[in-house]
Write a protein that binds this ligand. Structure first.
Ligand code: ATP
Ligand code: MG
Ligand code: MG
Ligand code: MG
Length: 506
């Protein structure tokens, strides 16, 4: 199946089970605490909290949700390109029950989809269930265990081998300190060439044992006093990594060939962007399997470096284009700065592929992405022009300082051994616009670290100066007309909003 067919097959399956297929929510999160929408459930929070009633009959939904995990609680940015299955932007396929079906049905359907319909070999599937340690919330999820056990036994397999206990970190989901929460069960797929031949769970820790689907069973409410109350209405919230599903099915030729290690990048999700990048750069993408995210970056071979550059750029152009299409611009603070950092990383990786900076390459990738994804995400088509213009401006602007910054880096980095000075990193930031993660990356490529505490100290000093200057400017604006201040606050700059409130206590 192609990626589009896999996505459609997920929708069809849950449509048959009377789910309403809903559109993805915007990447701009509804909750003020998030940088970006980072999970399928974000848009359904009011139904779980009971503040709104789900408008579906029966109360079930399924969708694909655009997610970004590049900051905050979930930050996968550093893994991108260095492993085969973490992206900054990905699609999370999900099905939900809002007080309707629960564990039995959710687990059964997950099995029916992956094993019966898609053909995942059951002996390569591991299901995790929640097992608390002392002091952790809830209790062992016997219910989930029993349901999985029946399914594995039905396939002639030993449940003790296929079901793995998981801890509170991986297998208990909480929305926050208080509120709806519950245990979860995750499906992992063993993609090692040999499979698990000796009957021991040797492969769970392997990079080739991929977590594909998380089924969360929301059944408690965490109370302010630390206790857990049973919820009157129990919910199901699931999330499946779409690109991982594609990788597993396409990379094993529908489970007939485990000799090639699958990567998300080898799928038709990424291939069109690679083809365009190849055309622009004159280089060829080779799907070399990454060593490990923890591999020493100073020891990476030139071929691998190029593969990583392809992957990072393909990942980042998606994150940037989808964000811009949802109206999230590049800027200096908060989520806007996350995007700017991502763009600057992409531009620097472009140098690895031979882009010199005389012209821009990121806007050239947009049409390919829009042609590929615009059918599912029409906002890409609608905002195509704005996406390109923003990328063009931002890339051109960074091109003005990147090479001078790199030249300075090259000429001065030799002065350091092991740890690069915070002043040096700050200068790269302040004069050449190098985000700190970019400097850290350049240093890691030489086996060096950055003195982060000094860097942070200098950043804090600069922020303090900025705060003082801004407060003065706002006080002046407020003196002239309150309306002018309100208008100014329209920008997404949390810091500025705070300052205005201080000037005008309600
Ligand atoms: P992992 O342990 O691999 O980082 P996770 O436990 O953080 O995944 P969940 O929060 O459970 O992920 O999200 C549900 C599903 O979304 C995961 O099972 C996985 O298939 C997918 N997923 C999560 N993070 C990413 C990512 N950065 N890129 C691609 N898919 C992802
Ligand atoms: Mg994760
Ligand atoms: Mg996980
Ligand atoms: Mg998970």
């Amino acid at each position: 199946m192609t990626a589009n067919e896999i996505r459609q097959s997920f929708f069809d399956f849950f449509k048959e089970k009377q789910h309403t297929i809903v559109p993805s929510a915007s990447l701009m999160p509804q909750s003020p605490g998030l940088l970006f929408t980072n999970a399928g459930m974000n848009q359904f929070v009011p139904y779980f909290l009971g503040t709104d009633k789900a408008p579906y009959d029966p109360a079930r939904a399924a969708d694909t949700q655009k997610c970004i995990r590049a900051g905050g609680k979930h930050n996968d940015l550093e893994d991108v390109g260095y492993d085969s299955y973490h992206h900054t932007m990905f699609e999370m396929l999900g099905n939900w029950s809002f007080g309707d079906y629960f564990k039995e049905q959710a687990i059964q359907w997950s099995w029916d989809l992956v094993v019966e319909r898609w053909g995942f070999p059951a002996d390569r599937l591991y299901a995790t269930v929640y097992m608390p340690s002392e002091g952790d919330p809830g209790h062992f999820d016997q219910e989930a265990y029993d349901i999985w056990a029946k399914l594995f036994e039905g396939a002639g397999l030993d449940p003790k081998r296929q079901i793995v206990n998981g801890n509170v970190k991986d297998n208990f989901w909480m929305m926050g300190e208080t509120g709806p929460c519950g245990p979860c069960s995750e499906l992992h797929v063993d993609l090692t060439p040999e499979g698990d031949t000796d009957g021991k769970l040797v492969n769970m820790d392997s990079d080739l044992c991929i977590e594909i689907w998380n089924l969360v069973f929301i059944q408690y409410n965490a109370e302010a006093d630390g206790s857990f109350r049973d919820l009157p209405a129990r919910h199901v919230d699931t999330g499946m990594g779409f690109e991982r599903a594609c990788s597993i099915m396409q990379g094993t030729k529908n489970f007939t060939d485990f000799s090639q290690k699958p990567t998300n990048y080898a799928t038709d999700v990424f291939q069109p962007i690679f083809r365009k990048l190849e055309q622009l750069s004159g280089k060829t993408y080779q799907d070399i399997y990454p060593e490990s995210v923890d591999a020493d970056k100073s020891q990476i071979s030139p071929e691998m470096k190029e593969a990583i550059a392809f992957r990072v750029i393909a990942d980042h152009i998606r994150t940037l284009s989808f964000s811009l299409a949802d109206g999230i611009l590049l800027g200096n603070t908060g989520r806007n700065y996350v995007l700017r950092r991502i763009l600057r990383r992409a531009v620097r990786y472009g140098r690895t592929l031979g882009f010199t900076g005389e012209t821009t390459f990121l806007p050239e990738l947009v049409d390919t992405l829009v042609d590929q994804m615009g059918g599912i995400f029409p906002e890409l088509v609608e905002r195509r022009k704005a996406v390109k213009e923003n990328l063009q401006r931002e890339e051109a602007s960074f091109n003005e300082t990147l090479d001078r910054g790199l030249a300075m880096f090259e000429s001065e980095v030799g002065n350091y051994q092991q740890v690069v000075g915070g002043e040096f990193a700050f200068k790269l930031y302040d004069t050449f616009g190098f985000p700190i993660d970019l400097t850290q990356l350049l240093c890691a490529e030489r086996g060096l670290k950055v003195d982060m505490s000094k860097f942070e100290e200098l950043m804090e000093q600069q922020r303090e100066l900025g705060r003082q200057a801004r407060t003065q400017a706002l006080v002046r604006a407020a003196d002239i007309a309150t309306d002018a201040v309100t208008e100014f606050v329209g920008f997404e700059q949390d810091e500025v909003v705070t300052k205005v409130l201080e000037v005008h206590p309600q």
